[in-house]
Design a protein around this ligand. Structure first.
Ligand SMILES: *Cc1c(COP(=O)(O)O)cnc(C)c1O
Length: 371
């Protein structure tokens, strides 16, 4: 039996009656945009995630974009971030006419190295975006203090890390920086049945601006104080997300249990494979191992041949993307990110993965390494 990377139809099968009832409720309501489902989902998400404000939006990308708009980021401004992320992180910066300033990652956590980020903060730095990659909260030691001292907003790209917390002090996603952007893309830990996103923040003024920008910058209909956009969350997606949100904790625990099982099944494998460090607050959107020595693609192929799906997040770092050629970067500028791009491999992980499937994948990996 093939083992998929994740299985959204299996994930939704048990919820099907509740999802269909939610859809029927919205269809009958006649309200499809910014109605009671969005209001209720925002309140339920704020409570579940420990935020004072939760603003439903059209996508995670738009959550990042609208935050940068609300903070007045524009041409001439610099935004410090990681080159090892999904494109949207740096794409949002560029769309505002600002310049992404990359700093390399910590090779162990794969998150932005806070010391390297501190080193590139300049008088033109108008924001810093940390990405909590694969479900793991990014360290901000020294960086958080510098941002606070200089009044530079620290933004969390928490698209992959809903519900994650920092081991050191238990701070939750959305409480670490000025605001966090969440994504409900179907493959994220809490996925809609389409596109959706959210901003979490404790800053009431910022929340107000985000709400205003979400509806073309108008506080009252046809009175536009700001130029915003259509960044609204659909009623239908909010209704689906309300069905799924109460299960998030359980799904996260199942991801943690699956990772613990992988760890045990892949322990004492001599060399060849580096496992991600343990972290009790990590929500494991992906279980990404490193395969050094140029063997990553051969391992992926060997697994594919026996029916096990894997994926590479991300095969090219952002500083080498064609659309950022004008930034003038070349190979060698951020070596940790470049090495990671050549070595990372995501193994099958989702709440419904079985112990047997994990044992099978581990046995296939062992056999590749001759162990
Ligand atoms: C998924 C993702 C986004 C974008 O979210 P969408 O909802 O797909 O627009 C942004 N940043 C990271 C790190 C992501 O993984």
């Amino acid at each position: 039996m093939p083992i998929p990377l994740s299985d959204l139809s299996a994930h939704h099968a048990a919820l099907r009656p509740a999802l269909e009832a939610a859809a029927a409720r919205v269809i009958a309501s006649g309200r499809y945009i910014m109605g009671p489902e969005v209001d209720a989902f925002e309140a339920e998400a704020a409570l579940a995630l420990g935020a004072t404000d939760a603003i439903g939006l059209s996508s995670g990308t738009d959550a990042l974009l609208v935050l940068l708009m609300a903070l007045g980021i524009g041409p001439g401004d610099e935004v410090v971030t990681t080159p090892f992320s999904f494109f949207a992180t740096a794409g949002a910066v560029a769309r505002m006419g600002a310049r992404p300033i990359f700093a390399d990652i910590d090779p162990v956590t794969l998150n932005l190295d806070p010391a390297r980020a501190v080193a590139v903060v300049s008088p033109r730095t108008k924001a810093v975006i940390v990405v909590h990659l694969f479900g793991r909260v990014a360290a901000t030691d020294g960086l958080g203090e510098l941002c606070a001292a200089r009044g530079i907003p620290l933004i969390e790209d928490a698209a992959q890390s809903i519900g994650a917390w920092r081991g050191a002090d238990g701070a939750r996603v959305g409480q670490i920086g000025r605001a966090a952007a969440l994504s409900f893309f179907p493959a994220k830990n809490l996925g809609a049945l389409g596109d959706a996103g959210m901003v979490l923040t404790e800053d009431a003024a910022l929340a107000g601006t985000v709400r205003q920008l979400r509806v073309h910058g108008a506080q009252r209909r046809y009175q536009h104080e700001l130029v915003g956009g259509n960044f609204r969350l659909d009623e239908l997606q909010a209704a689906f997300l309300r069905v799924k949100l109460p299960h998030l904790r359980d799904w996260t625990e199942r991801r943690r249990a699956a990772v613990a099982h992988y760890r045990q099944a892949l322990a004492d494998l001599p060399g060849g494979l580096l496992l991600p460090p343990d972290d009790p607050g990590c929500v494991w959107n992906q279980f990404v191992v490193r395969v050094p020595g140029g063997a990553r693609d051969r391992l992926a192929l060997a697994l594919a041949q026996v029916g096990t799906a894997t994926a590479v997040y991300y095969p090219a770092p952002l500083h080498l993307q064609a659309c950022f050629a004008h930034l003038g970067h070349g190979r060698g500028d951020f070596p940790e990110s470049e090495w990671a791009s050549g070595e990372v491999l995501a193994l099958p992980l989702h709440p419904e993965i079985t112990p047997r499937q994990i044992e099978t994948v581990a046995a296939q990996i062992r056999s590749f390494f001759g162990a």
